[in-house]
Ligand binder design. Structure first.
Ligand code: DX5
Ligand code: ZN
Length: 225
C-alpha cells in the first residue's frame, strides 16, 4: 500500500459527538474546517454498551462530502457489516482484535474488499504480534478509552503501545496509519503525537469547539517546533 499519511498528521473527527439533528451541516463544516477524514463509530449494543448508527445513516452522508471515511466497528459481526460499509465506499474498515477469534479471518476479509482494513485495540489488551498486525493492516486504531461513549477521559497507560507500534512502523518502513481514539484534545494530543501517532480521532474536543477550523489549526500548530 502507498504511504497514506505522507508524513502529515491526519485529523479524523468522530461524528458520534456531532449534532445528529443537523448531520449534513456538521459534515460540511467538518470538511471546511480542514479535517482529513470522518470517523464513523459503529456500535451494536453487544460488543459495547451503546448503539450508535449503521448503514442507512452512512449511506445518506457518504456522498455529501469529499472527505474519506473510516468505520470503527465496535460490533460482534465485523465481517458481515464491514463488507456493506466497504461496498458503500467507506475507505478504511476497522475491526476490534478482541472480537476476532482468529486474525486470519480479518486478513481474508481485507483481501476480499476493495478498500483498506484496520485493527482496533482496547486499552487493557496486550499485544504480542505487533509485526504481524503492521505487516497486514493499513491502520492500527489504538483506543485510549474503553469504547462505547464519546467524552471519556484519556487513559495514559496506552502510550507505550502507541510508541511500540510507531517505532516498529518506522523501523520496518511500513508507513501505516497509527491512530489514537478517545479523549484526544489539545492537552492529550501532544502526548500521543510524541509517542508517534499520525492520526488523531477527535469527538468531543472537535464538535464541542466553538469554531471547528480553529481546533484543526491549533492541532496542526502543535507540530511546529
Ligand atoms: C469511543 C469512540 C471514539 C469516541 C471519541 O467508543 O470510538 O471515537 O467517540 O470521542 P471523544 O474524542 O469524545 O473521546
Ligand atoms: Zn472510534
Amino acid at each position: 500500500m502507498k504511504p497514506v499519511t505522507n508524513g502529515k498528521i491526519l485529523i479524523a473527527p468522530s461524528i458520534l459527538a456531532a449534532d445528529f439533528s443537523n448531520l449534513g451541516e456538521e459534515i460540511k463544516k467538518t470538511e471546511s474546517a480542514g479535517a482529513d477524514m470522518i470517523h464513523l463509530d459503529i456500535m451494536d449494543g453487544h460488543f459495547v454498551p451503546n448503539i450508535s448508527f449503521g448503514p442507512p445513516v452512512v449511506k445518506s452522508i457518504i456522498n455529501k462530502t469529499s472527505l474519506s471515511m473510516d468505520a470503527h466497528l465496535m460490533i460482534t459481526d465485523p465481517i458481515k457489516y464491514g463488507k456493506i460499509f466497504s461496498e458503500m465506499g467507506v475507505k478504511i474498515i476497522t475491526a476490534h482484535i478482541e472480537i476476532l477469534a482468529d486474525i486470519n479471518l480479518w486478513k481474508k476479509f481485507k483481501k476480499e474488499i476493495k478498500t483498506s482494513a484496520g485493527i482496533a485495540i482496547n486499552p487493557p489488551t496486550q499485544i504480542q504480534n505487533y509485526e504481524e498486525i503492521l505487516e497486514n493492516f493499513d491502520l492500527i486504531l489504538i483506543m485510549s478509552v474503553n469504547p462505547g461513549f464519546a467524552g471519556q477521559k484519556f487513559i495514559p497507560d496506552v502510550l507505550p503501545k502507541i510508541e511500540q507500534f510507531a517505532n516498529l512502523n518506522h523501523k520496518l518502513g511500513y508507513n501505516r496509519i497509527i491512530a489514537v481514539d478517545g479523549g484526544i484534545n489539545l492537552e492529550t494530543a501532544p502526548l500521543v503525537l510524541s509517542a508517534g501517532a499520525n492520526m488523531l480521532v477527535m469527538g468531543s474536543a472537535f464538535y464541542k469547539a466553538r469554531d471547528y477550523g480553529e481546533i484543526v489549526e491549533k492541532i496542526r500548530k502543535l507540530l511546529l517546533p
